[in-house]
Ligand binder design. Structure first.
Ligand SMILES: [Fe+2]
Length: 122
């Protein structure tokens, strides 16, 4: 099995397990609420972790809107939900910019991962 087809199988397996149609559970981000309500401001490390959760929430929202869009034939709903999904992806970019301010090694690690994929399977 080539590395490319192995990577596809891993991704598809994850997708089937985690995002099985419309029946999947939404991610639960309520566990961060106590940290956000504490009587002191978050330090940089805590802030980076909360921003990372917010990024996950944005990806989750984009995924949900694409699922709904893909599940209807109504062109008005499809267009609106695709537009909203695109807005969520913009929010991901905004949050990633903030994350890079509070996790100084994040950008380098992300680039390293992209390079590894390029070298290994593309
Ligand atoms: Fe958003």
């Amino acid at each position: 099995m080539s590395q490319n087809s192995m990577a596809k199988e891993i991704v598809l397996g994850f997708f089937k397990k985690s995002y099985d149609g419309l029946s999947r559970q939404a991610m639960d981000f309520s566990s961060i609420a106590p940290a956000l309500k504490s009587d002191r401001p978050l330090d940089d490390r805590e802030l980076a972790r909360v921003i990372r959760l917010a990024i996950a929430a944005e990806h989750d929202a984009a995924h949900l809107y694409e699922l709904i869009s893909d599940s209807t034939k109504d062109p008005r709903v499809k267009k609106t939900l695709q537009n909203i999904a695109s807005e969520e992806k913009i929010h991901v970019g905004e949050l990633e910019k903030l994350l890079s301010m509070f996790d100084k090694e994040n950008d380098a690690m992300v680039e390293k991962g992209k390079k590894e994929v390029s070298e290994e399977i593309l």
